[in-house]
Structure formats: structure tokens, C-alpha cells
Design a protein around this ligand. Sequence first.
Ligand code: LMR
Length: 330
Amino acid sequence: MTMNRLLCAIALAMLALPALAQGPIVIKFSHVVAPDTPKGKAALKFKALAEARTKGAVKVEVYPNSQLAKDQEEMGALQLNAVQMLAPSVSKFGPIGVREFEVFDLPYIIPDRATLYRVTEGEVGRKLFAKLEAKGIKGLAYWDNGFKHMSANRPLRRLSDLRGLKVRIQSSKVLEAQMKAMGAIPRAMAFSEAYTALQQGVVDGTENTLSNMYTQKMHEVQKHLTLSEHGYILYAVIVNKKFWDGLPPHIRSELEAALEEATKYEHDIARQENEAALAAIKAAKTTEVYVLPQDERSRWREALLPVHRKFEGTVGKDTIAAFYAAANQK
Ligand code: LMR
């Protein structure tokens, strides 16, 4: 090789270096639940689809079970771009000052999945996502888990059975008010702390979905489970806005397509994951499962409806009205 050609080859190699050193775009996707849940499975589905569609230009690292960060820590980490993607329950936006999402925590406001999807896919869903932008967060999709139920170490048949019970909740003012309306004492804590708090008697009971209860082994430290369907867990798939907007457009559109597919998958599996969790809880025989009868359920609902009115100012009267309208739109 002549000296010129050698110099040329070195210059070319140096030009190529930054590209090589950069490697793939890494998306750290943190969440707090087990891999074997609707959210955990959908996060892995997104990873597989995103990496295949971008032919390895994007690497998605999924960190389940609060491995990387607990609830509020992960929200801070997203805003600092230390992680790029999360799928928190929307109840967790209150502490960062976006309380309007707590509308989804209102007891009995979601009668069924179809109503929920009408709301999330409509104007309310879009407006709520827009509120995140000022926090440096972009909302991309809504995922959901399912109905919440109540558990404790004593039977919960009537609302009076909840009186004086210390109950773990997510950090939401609406959930706090709901528990007080039930006669219970709310204790907000991170999801990762719930099992130990139940095991050590720091709290007496909890509300959650069946898949969350089963995968966290809560049924092993709770003797009674009442299928009450009094509330719902909805997730928002969110990203650091600056990171997302800074992606090359062709990469972003592949990721959007991957997320659309992962969202369909998540919606498809959520119900069956919760049904399987119920069967597994029953089979474990450590918890007695009680189905709240319809008449008692109506009494719970009636006692909890004043919570809707109490929060009209915070979550918006119109937003609550949009839920009622969606429920009637069969
Ligand atoms: C909880 O804290 O109970 C849930 O938000 C956990 C989850 O992400 O489903």
C-alpha cells in the first residue's frame, strides 16, 4: 500500500469510528411488576418487535420487578433520561403534579373494558397525555391490567368489615379518599414494598389485580380475597420526550409500529392473565376467595359514589361525565 492510500484508509477508518463506537440506540424500559404479568409480557413483546423492526439499531433493555428503580424513582429517572421508557399505573402521576389521571382511580367508574377503551382512545385519553408534556414526558399508549379486588386476613363481605383495616394503596389522593369512604386506613407505599408490609403486618390488607397479587405472592400472606371489581389498574406507556423527539424519524416510526402491535397483544392477554392468576390463587389454597354478590356490590358502589363528586374539582367534572357517557354508549 502506498503512503497515500494508507493515510486515506486511516482517515476513513477514523471517520467510521464514532458510528461504531455509538453502537445501537439503547432504550431502558423499567417497570415494577413481574415479567409474568400483562405488563411484563407486553414489555418483552415490545422489545422483540422493536429490535426486529429496527434490525438491531435499537436495543431495548427491560428491567422488571423494580430491579432498577421503585415507583417514584423510576418516574424521576425517566425525566432525567436515565431510563427512556416506563409503563406506570396512571395512579402514579399524582406525585409529579398531574392529578387529573386519578379519574381512573374513582371507585366503580370503569364498568367494563369496552368503556375504558372508549375513554382512553378518545379525547380524554389524548388530553391527559398532553398534560404530561410539560413534565418532559410523552404518552404513547394505554395498556391495562384489570379490575382490582380487596384482600385481608379477615373476611371482607360487607363494607363494615373494612373498618379500621390498614390497607396499602398506590400514591393517589382518590384512592386515599376511597379507602376512607370504606372505613379503612389508607397507607400509600411503593409496589415493591407491598408484600413485605403485608407479611410483617405493617398493613392488614391491600387492593390489586389478581395477576399482581399472584405474581407477588400476596395470596400467601392474605387469608381472604373478595372479588369486588371496585377499581381498575390502567397503565400509560411513556417515554422521555426529548429522547423520543430526538430519534431519527425512520427509527421512531418503526418503534411506533412495534408499540402498536405490543399494545394489541397486551389488550388481548390481560384478561386471560388475570383469569389464570385467579385459578392459581384458588389452587394454592392459602386464600379463601369470595365473590361479592350483586346486591352487596350495589351497596359498596352507592357508599363510594360520593368520592366521584368530591374529586370533580381535581379531575374535572367533564372528564367524569365522559366516563358516564362512554358507559352508556353500548
Ligand atoms: C401497584 O402499585 O399496585 C401497581 O401500580 C403495580 C403495577 O404496576 O401494576
